[in-house]
Ligand binder design. Structure first.
Ligand SMILES: Cc1ncc(C[n+]2csc(CCO)c2C)c(N)n1
Length: 221
């Protein structure tokens, strides 16, 4: 049997849908998400991005050829040189200053998710690490598509418009498609025992993404 990204997703469709269509995401789409929930998410996402950059650093280390090395290094550099700065600017627009970001206590959900991804990479190989990162990389593209397709989505004066646009952006969607194509290629010839292992990793990372949204909701009280 030949597997691909969709097989992985279909093996944990309940968890995947709970992540993609989480009430936090619906709140962004419908412009009803309480601002404190989004602010808490943005703050913890600053810490998330730092550890996600480390995960790309680990991918650099786990690379087996120049193409894997180049891809991982490019992603590491993009987060460090570009995305962190954009995130800090974006936080400022929501009333969160840099000093606050630098003194944040790390929430359990952030700790659990980011260290889980790093552990998958330490214990396994380049593919294990990519499967652990896939809900982040591919999930946000699907979330943007879901928001874009919903009739309930508020497109006039939605305070979350810039966030939605960031993930609907062509460049981001193309990066997610490439990641998906890369996974399709790699998953095609793994054994069924190996595929079971990877499914567990993917399902757990997906559950941790949903818990990250829930953390934001809970912070709003
Ligand atoms: C909890 C959480 N999950 C996923 C993303 C999305 N994201 C983070 S880094 C990155 C690209 C990395 O190369 C993407 C798409 C996020 N911001 N926060």
């Amino acid at each position: 049997m030949s597997q691909n990204f969709d097989t992985l997703k279909n093996a944990c469709l309940d968890q995947w849908q709970a992540y993609i269509q989480h009430p936090f995401v619906a709140g962004i789409s419908e412009a009803t998400l309480p601002a404190p929930a989004f602010r808490h998410y943005l703050q913890q996402d600053y810490l998330f991005l730092i550890h996600f950059a480390r995960a790309w650093g680990l991918a650099v280390y786990k690379s087996r050829d120049m193409s894997e090395l180049r891809h991982s290094l490019d992603n590491l550099k993009t987060i460090v040189d570009t995305e962190m700065g954009l995130h800090v600017d974006y936080c400022r627009a929501w009333g969160i200053d840099q000093e606050q970001l630098q003194n944040l206590p790390e929430a359990q959900e952030t700790l659990a998710y980011t260290r889980f991804v790093l552990d998958c990479g330490h214990r396994g190989d380049f593919l294990d690490l990519h499967v652990a990162m896939a809900p982040c990389l591919i999930g946000y593209a699907e979330i943007a598509d879901w928001i874009g397709a919903r009739p309930q989505t508020v497109t006039v004066d939605n305070p979350y418009q810039a966030w939605i646009d960031m993930y609907r952006d062509d460049e981001y969607q193309q990066a997610a498609r490439l990641e998906r194509a890369w996974l399709d290629e790699r998953l095609a010839d793994v054994s069924s025992a190996r595929f079971e292992q990877l499914t567990t990793t993917f399902r757990d990372a997906t559950r941790l993404e949903a818990a990250f949204w829930q953390m934001g909701m809970d912070a709003a009280g």
